[in-house]
Design a protein around this ligand. Sequence first.
Ligand SMILES: CC(C)(COP(=O)(O)OP(=O)(O)OC[C@H]1O[C@@H](n2cnc3c(N)ncnc32)[C@H](O)[C@@H]1OP(=O)(O)O)[C@@H](O)C(=O)NCCC(=O)NCCS
Length: 250
Amino acid sequence: MTIPHDGHHAHLPEAPRVDAARYRLDRMLVGDVTDIADVERRCFTNPWPASAYRRELQHGDQNYYVILRDITTSAPNTDSSQAQSPSIGRRGLLPIGLPRRPRAIAKDPVVGFAGMWNAFDEAHLTTIGIDIPYRGRGLGEALLVAVFDEAVRRGVNWVTLEVRVSNEPAQALYRKWGFSVQGVRKRYYSDNGEDAFIMWSRAVSDVDYYAELVGHRAALLDRLNGAVLGLDEIGPEPGLVPPAGKPPWE
Ligand SMILES: CC(C)(COP(=O)(O)OP(=O)(O)OC[C@H]1O[C@@H](n2cnc3c(N)ncnc32)[C@H](O)[C@@H]1OP(=O)(O)O)[C@@H](O)C(=O)NCCC(=O)NCCS
């Protein structure tokens, strides 16, 4: 979570421990799309075709997609000229002179992905998935944080999503991050006619909610213990908290 500017950096996470790194989070590029197809199929009964991702990725100002790769199964690549994607969240907050970090390259196995589109002060979480063997390690939360961070950076105050009424793990994840059910879309899913819950976050500009998000983020970084490169580089950004407003569903 991007942390509200309070004049000091009390919440700034520590620099990641490179020796503990297992995963690399990057902004998704068109070149990543074919790599995510298998994970997409294992995550969803109605997977998006590659063409849908390609279309989305053409509008980077309205969309934001991230990809998480396992960097332990191939030799760490420290040559930035070979890096497949620019790492996300580089804000120049780290001291110059740190050792170069391994960066994900295309052949590193895909662990998961997530994305959103944003318009005005709302963002829509369009997808989030973690491959089956990697679930239950906080990585879904890490993706949610990455998307949330960028949403807030873009001036978003509310985040919404649809989720299958039967998808309890995902609903639990969203509830943990302050989302609640505000409506139902009947027969939303074409594969089996299942209904979708429409969930909304609370207002990011609500100081209590923001404090909750900051707390969750800190707990997650603690749990991950430097395992996800690219996530814990994101730090405070001044003046980003959007103005308060009426919830979009009211
Ligand atoms: C939803 C999904 C992304 C969660 O990823 P994950 O990496 O396993 O989740 P995390 O380990 O980060 O869990 C974060 C929180 O989510 C909730 N959660 C995750 N899996 C859960 C499960 N099986 N049962 C109950 N709660 C669960 C918990 O609140 C958990 O917090 P905790 O670890 O403090 O208990 C993953 O299950 C997935 O890819 N599912 C298939 C795709 C999908 O359904 N996407 C959502 C579409 S709306």
